[in-house]
Design a protein around this ligand. Structure first.
Ligand SMILES: [Fe+2]
Ligand SMILES: [Fe+2]
Length: 265
C-alpha cells in the first residue's frame, strides 16, 4: 500500500475566503498531514474568477493545485494568463482550443496522481461538451499512459448529475469524484464501488453570513423584484469547507473521505 493524503478545499470566495484558508492551514496541516492540497479557485478573485496574481498567492501559501468552474473567465485577463500557471486546470469540457491545461499531474513516491476538472450541464448556462464522454476519454487516456490515480472536481449544479457522473466514472476506476459549485456542503460523503470516494458538494470557503458567499441584500432584491444588482463578496466571519482523502496509489483506490468544516468566531 502507498498511502497518499489529500486535502481539497471547496470554492474559495474572494479575499475573506483566501485569508481564512491561510489562517487555518497550519492547524489543518498539523492535524491531517496532507501530501497534497488542492482547491477550487473559480471565485478566488473578488468572488468571480481568478487572476495570475491570486493564483500565485494561493500557490505560495502551499496549495499545490487549483481547479475552476463556470466562473473561470470572469476576470478577462485570465484567458491570457492561465497558460503561465502549471498548477491550474480548467474544466476539460470547455470547447477545444480553450487555453489552459486539463490535467494536473503530481508525483508521489514514484506513483502519479492526476487531478481533472469537469463542468456539469444540468442547470448551467454555458455551452459545453458532454462531461460524461470527455471525462471517460480523459480517464482512458490517462490510464493508457500509466496514470491510474485520478481525482475529479465535478463543478455542477444538480446532485443527480453529480451522482450520475460519479457512478459512471467510478465504474471506470476513478479514485474520487468531488462536487463543487453550489457553495453549500452536502453530508453525503461515501464510497461508490469499493474504490471511489464521493461527495455531492464540498461547500465553500467564504463569508458565512451571506448568500453563497455574496452580500445578502442585493441578492434578496434580485429575487424580490428583479432589480439587476451587482453581486459582491460579503464580509465578516468565514466558514471553511474541505474534504480529506486517504488514497492508496498502489492499489488505485480511495481509502477514506472525511468532511472538514471550520467556522470563524
Ligand atoms: Fe463557485
Ligand atoms: Fe461555480
Amino acid at each position: 500500500m502507498l498511502e497518499c493524503r489529500v486535502l481539497y478545499f471547496g470554492d474559495i470566495i474572494g479575499k475573506p475566503g483566501r485569508n481564512y484558508v491561510y489562517q487555518q492551514l497550519p492547524a489543518l496541516r498539523e492535524q491531517y498531514r496532507p501530501d497534497f492540497i488542492f482547491a477550487n479557485a473559480e471565485n478566488a478573485t473578488h468572488g468571480f474568477g481568478l487572476t495570475l496574481v491570486t493564483a500565485q498567492e494561493l500557490h505560495q501559501h502551499g496549495i499545490d493545485g487549483l481547479s475552476l468552474g463556470n466562473h473561470a473567465w470572469d476576470q478577462k485577463s485570465f484567458w491570457e494568463e492561465i497558460d503561465q500557471l502549471p498548477y491550474v486546470c480548467r474544466p476539460a469540457n470547455f470547447p477545444e482550443n480553450t487555453p489552459g491545461r486539463t490535467i494536473l499531474l503530481q508525483e508521489y513516491q514514484g506513483e502519479k496522481l492526476a487531478v481533472i476538472n469537469l463542468l456539469g450541464r444540468a442547470g448551467m448556462r454555458s455551452s459545453l461538451d458532454c462531461p460524461f464522454q470527455i471525462g471517460q476519454k480523459l480517464l482512458q487516456t490517462l490510464q493508457t499512459q500509466g496514470v491510474s490515480n485520478v481525482l475529479l472536481d465535478f463543478h455542477a449544479e444538480t446532485t443527480a448529475e453529480k451522482y450520475a457522473l460519479g457512478w459512471f466514472l467510478s465504474s471506470q476506476g476513478i479514485l474520487a469524484v468531488l462536487g463543487t459549485h453550489t457553495h453549500v456542503p452536502t453530508a453525503d460523503e461515501r464510497f461508490l464501488n469499493p474504490q471511489t470516494a464521493f461527495i455531492s458538494d464540498i461547500g465553500m470557503c467564504g463569508p458565512q453570513n451571506s448568500i453563497i458567499g455574496c452580500k445578502i441584500d442585493p441578492i434578496v432584491e434580485r429575487f424580490l423584484n428583479g432589480k439587476p444588482n451587482k453581486l459582491e463578496v460579503a464580509q465578516g466571519p468565514c466558514v471553511l469547507n474541505a474534504v480529506f482523502l486517504r488514497l492508496d496509489l498502489e492499489q488505485h483506490r480511495a481509502l477514506s473521505i472525511e468532511r472538514i468544516q471550520r467556522i470563524e468566531d
